[in-house]
Design a protein. Structure first.
Length: 125
């Protein structure tokens, strides 16, 4: 047996990462809808959207920033321009994304003046 094990649907060859990622998003979204977010949520929809966007932007920036910090010597040594450009386009870390999400949500909450907990609705999804 060789890994990864691909899924074949007719002539299509589908990578398992794509299948399970789509499945995870679909299940999480269904759980979110099933919890009846509007009745359990204690903040307004506009505040909720702001917190979600803040978390997403924070995750994007955090994932890239930690890779840049890890490879800072490449930025200090401008001799290898190809590697610098490659690193600019590639490389993300899950730890950086998690830290960036936390910072992004907290900064957004501070900006909109929100002081209560905002993550309780998202625990199960």
């Amino acid at each position: 047996m060789t890994f990864p094990v691909y899924f074949y649907i007719g002539y299509w060859c589908i990578h398992p990462h794509f299948v399970f990622e789509v499945l995870a998003y679909a299940i999480a979204f269904r759980l979110l809808l099933g919890r009846n977010i509007m009745k359990q949520d204690t903040i307004t929809p506009s505040q909720r959207i702001s917190v979600i966007v803040g978390g997403m932007v924070g995750a994007l920036l955090g994932a890239k920033f930690l890779v840049r910090l890890q490879h800072i010597y490449i930025y200090l040594l401008w001799q290898n321009l190809q590697l610098w450009l490659l690193l600019l386009l590639q490389g993300k870390t899950i730890v950086g994304a998690l830290l960036g999400t936390l910072i992004g949500v907290e900064v957004t909450k501070k900006m909109i003046g929100l002081r209560r907990s905002t993550g309780d609705v998202f625990v199960y999804p």
